[in-house]
Design a protein. Structure first.
Length: 455
């Protein structure tokens, strides 16, 4: 069975439509403002400040009184100046939906802007790639300054006002050529990220139910993304030992039958039972735990499986020694023990850097144990329903609850990550693929709850 990629693309495109140019009810329809840069290199070293020439062109037939210039950047890019007529804000990434932009700058520039005229931003705007930069994006827009447009662009709250000099627009002399402008493009900063996996060891009597959790981490220094290509950065492939049956799998992990192309990428190795996606971006210090409920086989002994992280797109990961880890299952004969135990624990999800985590809930269908919601405290929840999001990038939610199996209490795992300028705390029973709604559909189609047929 092939998991259709169109599910992901459609969900992603729905959310992308929400991040396009803003339109307010009273924005004149005959206003046509183009705003972009002409001299920023597409490839640069991190930490090197680029002084960009930005230009506004009134391409319409109407004089505009006052404009709003908007700059938006992904996590690894930053505009370093703090102009006094600009507001600066950041948005923590949400790995459950496409929310590509991390930084937002709104500049309010008074003046009269004539049809057909071009205006350079003065002084030039400094753009720099941060330590976490790898593949980042810059987008610019211009709008006529109206109260409704200000409210729409600001959203729920205004950013922090700068304290430096004022950003101005100076009219180009008549006859001076207007540069070719780019207002939406990708920037490359040579960097590496270290994706890794951690295995687990569980033990119990033959036939016992146990909790087992494997872990995926990015050890940095870069955050990595493919926000505009609608595919997962990497895949966590899980090969359970023979004789083990999977009773419950986390949302976002699909059964990997030999004839499947799970999550639209061919299986890279034989014997894989489940594949879990990491989402279209991974933060520089992200950790995601995938909890499974297993039933041990009837035969006593020790068996080994493995967990892998890999992808055709992982050229940034130059350290491959930690891309594989063991899964060890020790099965005792009946009567030698009364219950099963696992190594899965809890990691409390929190929000940092002054940002508040938005809560998400995880559904019980196809998930391990019970999961809860969390705000800033990461408190345990009991059972939730799956919320739908439209894309690829993560809920800031989470500490899960706990389950008791065979006399052993094992807490459901969480996903957490935080970074400079933002924070992330997500439910560990869900993995950020492209959206909870799409994932629920995929999980049902792939038979997430189906037992692994390996006796």
């Amino acid at each position: 069975m092939r998991i259709p990629f169109t599910v992901f693309a459609a969900a992603t495109l729905l959310t992308l439509s929400a991040v396009g140019p803003a339109h307010a009810a009273d924005q004149p329809t005959d206003v046509r403002l183009k705003f972009g840069w002409s001299d920023l290199p597409k490839k640069s070293a991190r930490g090197v400040v680029q002084h960009g020439r930005f230009t506004l062109v009134n391409e319409g037939q109407k004089t505009v009184d006052g404009v709003i210039l908007q700059f938006r950047t992904t996590r690894g890019m930053e505009l370093t100046q703090r102009f006094s007529n600009c507001e600066y804000s950041t948005t923590p990434e949400d790995v459950a939906k496409v929310q590509p932009y991390h930084g937002k700058v709104l500049c309010f520039v008074p003046g009269t802007y004539e049809p057909g005229a071009a205006y350079d931003v003065v002084p030039k705007v400094d753009v720099v790639g941060r330590d976490v930069a790898y593949k980042d994006w810059l987008r610019t827009e211009a709008h006529a300054d109206t109260p409704a447009m200000r409210a729409q662009l600001r959203g729920q709250s205004s950013g922090v006002k700068g304290t430096g000099p004022e950003l101005k627009l100076e009219k180009l002399p008549q006859g001076r050529p207007v540069p070719n402008l780019n207002s939406d493009d990708e920037f490359l900063y040579p960097n590496t990220a270290d994706l890794s996996v951690k295995g687990t060891q569980v033990e119990g009597a033959a036939g016992a139910r146990v909790q087992a959790a494997v872990e995926f981490r990015n050890l940095g220094p870069a955050w990595v993304s493919e926000l505009w290509r609608f595919y997962n950065i990497a895949y966590v492939d899980i090969d359970f030992p023979q004789g083990v049956k999977v009773l419950k799998a986390p949302k976002g992990c699909v059964v990997a039958d030999p004839d499947t192309t799970a999550l639209d990428v061919p299986m890279l190795r034989p014997g894989v039972d489940y594949r879990c996606g990491t989402g279209s971006f991974v933060l520089e210090n992200q950790k995601t735990t995938y909890p499974f409920e297993l039933q041990l086989g009837p035969r006593a002994g020790t068996a080994k499986g493995a967990v892998y992280v890999g992808s055709p797109y992982m050229s940034y990961d130059t350290k491959l020694s930690n891309n594989r880890a063991d899964i060890v299952v020790k099965t005792k004969s009946q009567g030698s023990t009364t219950g099963g135990s696992g190594s899965g624990g809890t990691t409390s999800g929190t929000s940092t850097s002054g940002t508040s985590g938005t809560s998400g809930t995880s559904g019980t269908s196809g998930t391990s144990g019970t999961s809860g919601t969390s705000g800033t405290s990461g408190s345990a929840g009991t059972s939730g329903t799956s919320g739908s999001s439209g894309s690829s990038s993560a809920g800031t939610a989470a500490a899960g609850g706990s389950t008791t199996t065979g006399g052993t209490t094992t807490a459901s795992s969480t996903t957490s990550g935080s970074g400079q300028g933002g924070s992330l705390a997500s439910t560990g029973s869900s993995v950020a693929l492209v959206g909870a709604g799409a994932l629920a559909l995929l999980a049902a189609g792939a038979g997430v709850r189906r037992a692994v047929r390996r006796r």
